[in-house]
Design a protein around this ligand. Structure first.
Ligand code: ATP
Length: 511
């Protein structure tokens, strides 16, 4: 998908009631979005798919819903007060602010693109490719590879040593320019904490500063023992949660990919120390299976191991998805050791240990975490589903080929005309189906136009009632993907639709 199609997808999201800019009448709020009527249904369905696969289908995983506000010491213990920051740099001419790490990564990506181009060019000229050309192409590719390796090594060392002066020097040595001003007039690199803070109650001294949680995970850690005891959970067990998280992102762009207020779906899996490698592998594979069960091209997903591990991790990888703007992180799988529980134990002075009856000993469990952004999953699904199609008769349609179980509306019911008792039959059908799924009614315009409207929001089925229905109790059901129409008895509708839209079919493949 190229940039233009991505732009079309963004406008499609607005035009068809999926996503609106927040407070649009006041010209919006940067990197904050509202989910509209269809978007909310799709988002709820994704959340439900995740929740059921985690909580309903795993006897040893339970779900909670912790508050967004937490005791401020939580964020000291978790390391967020001291270490949850991004290196930022300003261009003095354009006054634009950038993430220093992103500037360097984008520079490396440009060199990598050059390598790919050289290789592609060489492959095209393969037939009359002489030795001299081969040598010079090879030399260029090797030179580019040397450059990227050198930058990556320097950058990794600078990050590990927290050497911000060196990060700036890399930007200068790579001759990276500001995309707006074109200049290399940079400020020093500074660390910028991403947590939003606010005040609790009416006291305005420092001790009342609290944070909007930057991740949902800590609500699970501080409740670990409460859940373990009240649920009589035995290790290994998991606690799952979905909810809002807030980060004051420096560069927030690419629509809902990077927002300042977003939703996470996280699961912390508590295990015996020493078993982390095996469980990390288990959850890596399990999460990929969950993604693949949706039927989206497997080539659009890949694992990416982290070079620099976060302060709490002993192994970490991302599941990346090929968004219209390239492969980017969709979900993180982290082996968090006992970092969080150990620190909470230390800061709170309360024991957070589990007594393992099989080993007859107490210990602080290790944790494997799976963490996925609901909004990023929404964007991944929308970008895989959005299609501008040319039909055989020369006409065009825009269709959202969403997995039917996640589609906002499952069926649309149309009377062919607004008279002769057809709307009444349509209404009767609606009133039956609405107890099972979200259905909608439409009697405006030609049936062809009504089909197009439903295609654009991803409705798997359209049902048309015509004059023959009055005699034969049959209707025409039209499939979104094949556009095939079939005549079926009204009393068969329920089983036909259920077969196609049931979440059960996907859930069975997901675990
Ligand atoms: P990134 O490197 O893209 O900033 P991250 O590594 O900081 O992400 P995590 O802290 O691992 O992300 O958060 C887990 C998940 O939460 C991510 O995989 C992503 O799907 C989602 N997420 C994180 N930050 C944002 C954001 N600003 N907007 C939307 N989703 C986000």
């Amino acid at each position: 998908m190229n940039e233009d199609v991505f732009k079309n997808l963004v406008s499609h999201c607005k035009e068809y009631g999926f996503i609106f800019q927040s407070s649009e009448i006041y010209d919006g709020l940067s990197a904050v979005y509202d989910y509209a009527q269809n978007g909310t249904l799709l988002k709820n369905n994704i959340r439900q798919y995740w929740w059921q696969s985690m909580v309903q289908l795993h006897e040893n995983i339970v779900g909670i819903d912790a508050a967004i506000f937490m005791h401020p010491t939580t964020w000291k213990a978790s390391g967020h007060v001291d270490a949850f920051s991004d290196p930022l740099i300003d261009n003095k001419d354009s006054k634009k602010r950038y993430r220093a790490d992103v500037l360097i990564e984008e520079h490396v990506a440009k060199i990598e693109a050059k390598i790919e181009k050289e290789v592609e060019k060489a492959a095209k000229r393969f037939e009359n490719f002489d030795e001299k050309m081969f040598r010079s192409t090879n030399a260029r590719v090797l030179e580019y590879q040397k450059q990227t390796e050198a930058i990556n090594t320097r950058f990794k060392t600078a990050l590990n040593d927290n050497n911000l002066a060196e990060v700036k020097q890399i930007i200068i040595d790579c001759e990276i320019t500001c995309p707006i001003s074109g200049s290399r007039n940079w400020t020093d690199v500074r660390q910028f904490n991403l947590m939003f803070d606010t005040k609790l109650g009416s006291v305005s001294d420092d001790s009342s500063t609290i944070y909007l949680r930057p991740e949902t995970a800590q609500g699970i850690f501080v409740n670990f023992l409460n859940v373990q005891k009240t649920g009589r959970m035995k290790i290994p067990f998991g606690i799952a949660q979905t909810g809002k998280a807030f980060r004051n992102e420096i560069v927030a762009r690419q629509f809902i990919f990077r927002m300042r207020e977003f939703e996470q779906m996280e699961m912390q899996f508590f295990i015996r120390p020493g078993t982390q490698k095996q469980w990390y592998e288990h959850w890596k594979q399990a999460r990929m299976k969950w993604h693949n069960a949706l039927g989206i091209d497997e080539k659009k997903k890949r694992f990416h191991d982290h070079i620099k591990l976060a302060h709490y991790a002993d192994a970490a990888c991302d599941i990346e998805f090929e968004f219209p703007f390239g492969f980017k992180e969709l979900e993180g799988i982290h082996s968090r050791t006992d970092f969080d529980l150990r620190n909470h134990e230390q800061y709170s002075g309360k024991k957070l240990q589990y007594f393992d009856p099989e080993l007859n000993q107490s210990y602080i469990p290790y944790v494997i975490e799976t963490s996925i952004g609901l909004d990023r999953m929404f964007l991944a699904l929308m970008s895989a589903a959005y299609k501008e199609e040319k039909l055989e008769d020369g006409s065009e349609r825009t269709v959202l080929a969403l997995p039917p179980a996640l589609a906002p509306i499952k069926a649309a019911v149309f009377p062919l005309v607004k008279k002769d008792g057809l709307p009444e039959i349509a209404e009767k059908i609606m009133n039956e189906l609405k107890f099972e799924y979200h259905v909608t009614y439409d009697e405006k315009d030609t049936v062809g136009k009504r089909y197009r409207r439903q295609d654009a929001i991803g409705t798997p089925y359209c049902i048309t009632i015509d004059h023959d229905t009055l005699n034969d109790q049959c209707v025409t059901i039209r499939d979104r993907d094949t556009m095939k129409q079939e005549r079926v008895a009204i009393d068969k509708l329920h089983s036909i639709i259920t077969e196609k839209v049931s979440l059960k079919n996907i859930l069975k493949k997901a675990i």
